[in-house]
Design a protein around this ligand. Structure first.
Ligand code: NAD
Length: 264
């Protein structure tokens, strides 16, 4: 068989640098023959993202702030003009005020709650609605989530609540778009050492804890996250929709640290 993404065109949102999950996914998709549009946030983040997008031959490179819906519509207008149709979208972006990614969840401010929800959760719904208008049967939309959505992770706070809402929206979106043959899934990764990951207080400790207690005793690589995204975006997963797919070296399956760690 030829490359899995040959003839497919899609949008990858959220490349900030070469550690970004979006970049790991873009690289793997490109390696499998996909034609990509890369969407990044405005300067200074674009400074690193644009050369990366160019290095994989991205045909369309746009700057978008998902809080500004006009910028999303402008970007999708460019995609429609250049390509006419779209086969997949990767939504790998999130934001919350880092001063609230520490301490207690109940100290979250209303302003940051709204901000976090719009950028990290509702933007996916807005993008799915618009992008699916450009998709034919077989289209696939993917977002990124984390296990702090269903169980408490210290300091993850409002981001955990936003990810819970994001995972619920994946199911509603899958139901809305399923009749058109368009699939919607989430990939639950991590933890990974990225810019967004570093915004969480004590990120290093959380990272090492999860590494130590995951059944595989490590965290996933960018290539492994990219590989799982390839599965969810390609026809290999043609009957899979509304799923939260874990790529976390098994951490989410455990309820308690291993006995060695408990006795230490
Ligand atoms: P990252 O910092 O590399 O990527 C986050 C991206 O979000 C950046 O490209 C940033 O520009 C973009 N972004 C933030 N606000 C935006 C806005 N208003 N408009 C447009 N773009 C905006 O970090 P990452 O870890 O690769 O994050 C990607 C996704 O993966 C996020 O949804 C994150 O929650 C999720 N995730 C991360 C981990 C982890 O451990 N790092 C684990 C599971 C899930």
């Amino acid at each position: 068989p030829g490359p899995l993404m040959a003839g497919k065109r899609g949008l990858v949102m959220g490349v900030a640098n070469d550690r970004s999950i979006a970049w790991g996914i873009a690289r793997v998709l490109h390696g499998q023959g996909a034609e990509l549009a890369s969407v990044t946030r405005a300067a200074p983040l674009a400074a690193r993202a644009v050369p990366l997008a160019e290095s994989i031959g991205a045909k369309i490179i746009e700057e978008v702030d998902v809080e500004d819906l006009d910028s999303v519509d402008r970007m999708l207008g460019v995609v429609r003009k250049e390509w006419g149709s779209l086969d997949f979208v990767v939504h790998a972006l999130a934001f919350s005020d880092r001063t609230e990614l520490k301490g207690r969840y109940c100290d979250t401010t209303r302003k940051n709650f709204e901000h976090t929800m719009v950028i990290s959760c509702f933007s996916f719904t807005e993008i799915c609605k618009r992008a699916s208008d450009m998709m034919n049967e077989g289209g696939s939309l993917l977002t990124l989530t984390y296990g702090g959505s269903t169980r408490v992770v210290p300091c993850y706070n409002v981001m955990g609540v936003a990810k819970a809402a994001l995972e619920a929206s994946v199911k509603y979106l899958a139901s809305d778009l399923g009749p058109q043959g368009i699939r919607v899934n989430a990939l639950s990764a991590g933890p990974m050492r990225t810019l967004a990951g570093a915004g969480i207080s004590d990120a290093r400790t959380l990272f090492h804890y999860q590494q130590r207690h995951a059944p595989m005793r490590r965290s996933p690589t960018l290539d492994e996250v990219g590989g799982a995204a390839l599965y969810l975006l390609s026809d290999l997963s043609g009957a899979v929709t509304g799923e939260v797919h874990f790529v976390d070296c098994g951490y989410s399956t455990t309820f308690m640290p291993d006995l060695g760690a408990l006795k230490a």
